[in-house]
Design a protein around this ligand. Sequence first.
Ligand code: PGA
Length: 243
Amino acid sequence: MNKILIANWKANPATLAEAKALFALENKKNIIICPPAIYIPTLHATRYTLHDLGAQDVFWEAGAHTGQTSVAMLKQFGVTHVLVGHSERRALGETDEMINKKLKATLTAGMIPILLIGEQEKNDAVRQDILIDQLTRDLEGVSAEDATKIHYTFEPAWAISTTSGNKAESLDNIIAGVEMMKDILQKSFKLQASSFKMLYGASVNGENTQEILSRPELSGAVVGGASLRAEEFKKMVEITAKL
Ligand code: PGA
């Protein structure tokens, strides 16, 4: 499998037993499972070692920070990737300055940040400004070498499947958004566009995986709701493995 599927379980499933069952299903390379942090040590201890473990969040320091989890704690349990800047965390008050610190801490620890970028409300006229603003602030002080390690995910928050009836952004707009992001990155870091790994997230499911991930501009997808539906996710893995 060359393209990447990242499963963002969010605050699901309700029990460790269900998490273990889901985790065991798709044991393939280039699948990154991001469970709730409390399940990570147990899942890490299972024999399923082909797919990678990701975290949904991290804090940039250890010490007197009640409720937080440091990079070193995650690394100890085999975490290789960290979601940074998810819109659900931004909506809770996470600022670009905090995202920037999380991104740098993750990179310094040798893990790969999956940086999520995109607008909260649909408004094509301001999309480019929002992408420029988020990327510039989130990547402040990140070296060009580190910038090429990040998985950049275009994820328009309004298209996330949690609200029933939501659909993925149109394919043309997904590609246009990803191209905008690449252009911004290329100019900031003075590197070729092909140096950056671009992904899409929001309402990717069994029906649209083929269409979306066939596009050469995309290296993968972040999947929320559908990654918890075992049969559907299995189908998505099979489709992706053939691309
Ligand atoms: P979704 O969620 O696939 O359910 O739209 C994606 C995400 O929030 O990362």
